[in-house]
Design a protein around this ligand. Structure first.
Ligand SMILES: Nc1nc2c(ncn2[C@@H]2O[C@H](COP(=O)(O)OP(=O)(O)OP(=O)(O)O)[C@@H](O)[C@H]2O)c(=O)[nH]1
Ligand SMILES: [Mg+2]
Length: 378
């Protein structure tokens, strides 16, 4: 199913033709539940309560978008675009306005990411080396464990590398993951030179024909200069042994930290060549809008998303599933996934009064509300 078909479904509330949800849809559905209930429900409340599309409405919309972490720029872009669109299409009814908002969100998302490729890079031959960076606690080690499990299940030969020798307990944590997912871990004692651990691992990977090498790094060093030096040294060691490596430098960002994540990303961009983002803990935030802010502000592709703590909750980032997961049921009033959709729709708030009320016969407005579910988007 095409992207826009899916989005159409998102705001018509149409059920998919194929009734069986794919596993991918299901993960996104569950992982974005909080965002949908937070962000989606707030937008719904705004639509349900507005009386006219006036300055107050736009201000409230901007606030709601900023609260959802889409970022100031994106919030302003959407609100500007909406002003234009409302004028052009004379969209004043609740349905029309919310439709335009979703359309604009998708358009802005697509336009900002035209040259971005969110697929992971792999070596043409020999081992693929992926370096994981990010501040402490964002989910680097967990992501590596989940990814090791994924590649292992796919039949690849995987190696994990404990190059976070700085934090007490970090090596052990990766060793534990190694046992859990049955993947070998290259490790040295605490405080060893991380680059020497990486050197050993890369040698081993070449000699023993490993397919995937996942390198864990320290989230915290004494200062930025040290961090930069260390990451440079690690990269140099990799490139010396595998000229086109590292194939990915993935920055882990915790979605629950909101705008702070953007600041971290900018700092890491200064110290290393980040090739992609792993956005973790999306399941733990009601502000999934951060994905839009990342694209608009950073222009680094989000390649992987963490949608939960289970091993298979790490997914390749799929923008379609993401946007759909965020806005599904937005206009129909179905705020949560497991909702008995019909009941929720019928028990919607009182009919909306808009400043066009006198142009639209009341019966028509009511009818439009009740049949919203069967309506197809133009
Ligand atoms: N709910 C949820 N929790 C996650 C996700 N990813 C990681 N976590 C949790 O976040 C916590 C920190 O994860 P770690 O993998 O240890 O983070 P780290 O970046 O390696 O941290 P340092 O080693 O201290 O630099 C753990 O409790 C993980 O279970 C996710 O996608 N969803
Ligand atoms: Mg760690």
């Amino acid at each position: 199913m095409g992207f826009f078909d899916k989005i159409k479904r998102a705001f018509t509330g149409e059920e998919p033709k194929e009734q069986v949800q794919t596993q991918e849809e299901e993960r996104y559905d569950k992982g974005l539940e909080k965002s949908r209930e937070g962000f989606g429900a707030k937008l719904n409340a705004l639509f349900a309560n507005f009386r006219s599309v006036d300055e107050d409405f736009f201000e409230e919309l901007e606030e709601t978008l900023i609260e959802a972490d889409v970022g100031f720029d994106v919030a302003m872009k959407i609100s500007e675009a909406l002003r234009e669109e409302v004028k052009l299409q004379n969209a004043k009814k609740q349905d029309d306005v919310s439709k335009v908002i979703v359309q604009k969100l998708v358009e802005i998302y697509e336009a900002e990411g035209q040259d971005e490729n969110n697929a992971l890079n792999y070596a043409a031959e020999g081992p693929t080396v992926m370096l994981f960076v990010g501040v402490n606690g964002v989910g680097k080690t967990t992501t590596i464990g989940k990814l090791a499990h994924r590649y292992q299940t796919e039949g690849k030969k995987v190696l994990m590398v404990a190059a976070d020798t700085f934090r007490a307990g970090a090596i052990q944590q990766l060793v534990e993951w190694g046992k859990r997912v049955d993947v070998p871990v290259v490790a040295k004692p605490e405080k060893s030179d991380p680059a020497s651990v990486v050197f050993d691992a890369v040698q081993k990977a070449k000699q023993e024909d490993y397919d995937i090498v996942l390198v864990d790094t320290a989230g915290r060093l004494q200062n930025k200069v040290n961090l930069m030096k260390e990451l440079e040294k690690i990269s140099r060691v990799i490139t010396r042994e595998i000229p086109d490596g590292p194939h990915e430098v993935l920055l882990a960002l915790d979605a629950t930290t909101g705008q702070n994540a953007l600041i971290q990303a900018k700092q890491f961009q200064e110290v290393t060549q980040v090739t992609g983002i792993v956005l973790t803990k999306l399941d733990g935030t009601a502000r999934g809008g951060i994905v839009l802010a990342i694209r608009n502000d950073l222009h680094i592709p989000v390649k992987l998303v963490g949608l939960g703590e289970k091993m298979d909750d790490l997914r390749d980032f799929n923008p379609e599933e993401f946007v759909y997961g965020l806005f599904k049921g937005l206009v129909t009033g179905e705020a949560s996934t497991d909702a008995d959709s019909e009941e929720v729709e019928v028990s919607q708030e009182a009919p909306v009064e808009t400043d066009t009320a006198d142009e639209v016969p009341e019966t028509e407005t009511e009818e439009a509300e009740v049949t919203a579910e069967n309506k197809t988007a133009e």
